[in-house]
Structure formats: C-alpha cells, structure tokens
Design a protein around this ligand. Structure first.
Ligand code: DUC
Ligand code: ZN
Ligand code: ZN
Length: 472
C-alpha cells in the first residue's frame, strides 16, 4: 500500500493486491487501508509509502557453476540465486551447456539436475550449443516444448564452444523456421587468439592485455557477420554482452533495416573500463589486480567513449536490455590460474546481486528514466524471452514478483558490506547507490525484508518460457 507502482510505460500511485502467488488487482490508493483490522480479509499489509513498487528484476544472462578454463564459476544455483534475491532480482535465465559430441538432451538434463531444488528465485534456461552438428540441429526444435526458446552460439573461443560461419548459418535456419531466438557471443575468436598469443610471446602477460587482445574491431566484425547471417536466414538474433560502440552501430543499422536484431549490455560495460580496472594495480595483487575484471567481451577504453555510448544506446533503444553475464570466479585458485598468462584467467565478473542497484544509479544520475530502468531490467527481458504477462509487469494475473525500492535509502556496495555472492572479492567495491532494495516478493512470498533473507532453498521454480514476444 501507499507506494508508486512503476512500469515500463509510467508510474502511478496505487495499492497492489496479491492472492497467493498472483497479483489480482492494482487499486486506487487507499483501497487497502492501513490500520484497519484487515487480517481476516487481506492478511499481510506491507507499507510502501514513499517507495517504488516495481516488477521483480529479471537477469536473463547468468552462468551459475559454468565450467570454464579448468575451473567452474564459483556461485552455485543456491548461492547465486540467493544473492540475486537480495539484489531485487526474482528471475534468472541461466545457460544449460551442450558440449561438442554431447546430446543436447543430456546437457540440458544435467543443468536441470544442478538447479532443481536449489534456487531461491525462479529460473529458466537458454541452451548453449557448443557443437553444431546434425544431431544438435535436429534437437533444437524439441527445446521449445521444454520451455527453452533461445539458444546461444559462440564466434569466440575456438576449440571450446566455437561455431564457424557454416555451422551458424545452419543453426540460424532452424531458428528462422521455429522462432527459437538465436543468441550470439559476437567476437572473432580466431583473430583474438592470434593477437593474444603474440602479446604473451612478447612478454605482455598481465590482465590488462586481455583487453588489448580482444580489440573492438573483433567485436564489430563478428556482430556484423552475425547480423548478415541473420539477414540471409531470417533468424531473430540477440547479441549478448555488447561493449563496443561500433558493435552498437551495426545493430542500429540492422534494426533500421527492419531486422529482428537485438542487443544487451551489462553493468560492467557501463561503469568499468580498460584503463581503470583491467589496468588496475593493488598492494595485494600488484598488476594482477586487473584479473578481477577479466571478462569477455572485455572492458573497453573510456578514452574511446564506449561507456557513454552504451548509456546512450540504452536511452535510444539501440540496446534493449541489461543483463549481468554473472560468471564469478575467486581470485584465489581461480583467477590466479592466469598469473603469467592472461589467457588462462577464467573469464567473468560477479554482478547478479548488484544489477538493479547499479542501474538505478543511472536513474539518479539522469542517464535513464525511472520507467526505462524497469523496462531494461524486467519488462523487456520478460518480453524478449517469452515470459511477459507472468513476469516483467505488475498486473492482474502476473506472478507476484515484486520489489519495493526505496529511493531515499542508500546502498554501499563492497565485499565487507552488501555481498552475498560466493566470491572472495567484489568487482564493485566502493560503489555507492542512492537507493535501496527494501522488500523482495517472489510469487507472493516475502523472501527479503530489509536485508534479511526469509526465503528457502527450493523456493525458485523452473520457468517454461514461450517464444519471444519482442519480435517485429
Ligand atoms: N564471457 C565471460 O566473461 N564469461 C563467461 C563466458 C563469456 O563469454
Ligand atoms: Zn559470452
Ligand atoms: Zn555469458
């Protein structure tokens, strides 16, 4: 009661009535009157006076427990989804992995085993196709009945997940035929690998050179190529973790041509940079400090203006949403594998807990509007990945996934402050947010209340997604 309900399209003073797991009404203010004896008719009343009432965050790009570079992402489905809950995210879409030679069904079954009964919030899967061949191509359409309506390929990482143009073309033909959304890690991996090898041979082994090897041209080129393959086939295309302004330009051109081409960026590409972070030094880690920020695509040069351009693209809808690519690794025993050779640093940053806050700070600084914040972090993710109606909106019939956000609160991010991800450091140390996640409701159950976790492992259920609701 008493709050301001914010959607992608506007804000309104309203009370929200929830019955069980579902929103049943959005009512004129005062319809639910505080102080009356409502226990019999209404049950619990939560006072949201002076606060924003928003649909729970949807992080459509996470990697709990992802095997990478001889180790695995340090958050389990249990720890990672709990951290998500603390940060106001009530749904994640993670990636089931199919490796080369493995059956898609087996890869998917394994990921269901990892997540089932473990999650604090609802979760869905995209399917990574690590080996495009006649078997995996034949399996793709069967994913739709499983509630998995998007699959990802990699133009990077030769020898691991890599797909070449012929493979991508064939998979995109299936995507066009079925409506499955093609997701793409768009970086030219073979080119990057040569540049990286040459840097290491010349003695340039620090984390900083991860960013120097993964040049923006490799992102622009791969993004363009993916767009052209999508144009040939008619496949809808979603480019993950866009960080180069030149890649955004490619997306914008394709969208102006009327193509179903979309892109996400991540908080790290809005806030962090090659110079300040990949190039950082600390007393504890020396120049290896930058390993905390090794992710792909890499942090880009602020001097080149990529970060400002990402914010702009979020305003103009050249980029449609913000996910985290949450893929945490500890420094000790994990990132450390790449001391002396940046190529062996496992790629990834942990952010699932902080996305809602970091993006809200963009509202405070005037980069985006309050409504756009909701759209980028919840409503568009729901529509893009076929969950809208149940998720991404506060309206009758929707799951009661609701966050009460206090614009007068404050959040200090840091390892010894707000930190619940299973890591030994925070990539977001020292970030101050002029806002606070007060209450998090997942399908009608209060799971976080003023910093206290009230949920239980297994509260989160698998979300069977429909086809994308965002296509033109
Ligand atoms: N990029 C990352 O930073 N981590 C996991 C995989 C990826 O593409
Ligand atoms: Zn990727
Ligand atoms: Zn990823």
């Amino acid at each position: 009661t008493g709050g301001t309900v914010v959607s992608a399209t506007g804000r309104v003073a309203a009370d929200v009535l929830v019955d069980g797991e579902t929103v049943v009404a959005v009512l004129a203010p005062g319809s639910i009157v505080l102080g009356h004896d409502l226990a019999a008719s209404v049950g619990t009343v939560i006072d949201a006076t002076g606060k924003y009432v928003i649909p729970g965050g949807i992080d459509a790009h996470t990697h709990m427990q992802l095997p990478f570079g001889g180790t695995s992402a340090s958050d389990t489905f249990e720890t990672g989804t709990r951290a998500a809950a603390w940060g106001g995210t009530t749904t994640i879409v993670d990636f089931a992995v199919q490796r080369q030679g493995e059956r898609v069904e087996d890869g998917l079954a394994h990921w269901h085993e990892l997540a089932a009964g473990e999650c604090a919030v609802d979760y869905g899967f995209h399917q990574i196709i690590g080996g495009v061949d006649e078997h995996s191509l034949a399996a793709l359409p069967t994913l739709i009945d499983e509630g998995i309506t998007s699959f990802k390929m990699f133009m990077a990482y030769p020898g691991v997940f890599y797909a070449d143009d012929a493979q991508i073309l064939k998979a995109m033909q299936v995507s066009a035929d079925t409506g499955l959304l093609t997701m793409m890690h768009a970086e030219n991996g073979p080119v990057i690998d040569v540049l990286a090898e040459q840097l290491v041979k010349a003695g340039n082994t620090d984390p900083y050179f991860h960013g120097k090897a993964r040049v923006w041209q490799a992102e622009e080129e791969a993004t363009h190529r993916a767009i052209m393959l999508s144009h040939i086939t008619g496949a809808p295309l979603y480019v993950v973790h866009v960080s180069a302004k030149q890649a955004v330009e490619q997306l914008a051109v394709a969208r102006d041509r009327g193509q179903n081409v979309f892109g996400e960026t991540c908080p790290q590409y809005l806030y962090l940079s090659l110079e300040e972070h990949l190039g950082a030094r600390s007393e504890e880690w020396g120049s290896f400090e930058g390993a905390k920020y090794v992710c792909s695509t890499p942090l880009r040069s602020r001097a080149e203006g990529h970060q400002d351009h990402m914010w702009q693209a979020l305003r103009t809808n050249d980029l449609q949403m913000v996910s985290t690519d949450h893929c945490p690794f500890c420094m000790k025993d994990q990132k450390e594998l790449g001391r002396g050779d940046f190529r062996a640093i496992p790629n990834g940053i942990g952010s699932v807990e902080h996305r809602m806050d970091l993006m809200y700070q963009g509202v405070v600084t005037g980069e985006i509007t309050l409504e756009r914040w909701v759209e980028l972090t919840s409503t568009t993710p729901a529509r893009m990945f076929g969950m809208y109606g149940k998720k991404g909106v506060i309206a009758p019939g929707a799951d009661a996934d609701i966050v009460i956000y206090d614009p007068n609160g404050h959040t200090s991010i840091g390892y010894d402050k707000t930190h619940h991800m299973n890591m030994d450091h925070s990539a977001w140390e020292g970030y101050e947010i002029d806002g606070h996640v007060d209450t998090v409701i997942s399908r009608g159950k209060v799971i976080v209340d003023d910093g206290a976790y009230l949920g239980r492992k297994g509260d989160g259920r698998f979300v069977k997604r429909g086809l994308s609701q965002y296509l033109i």
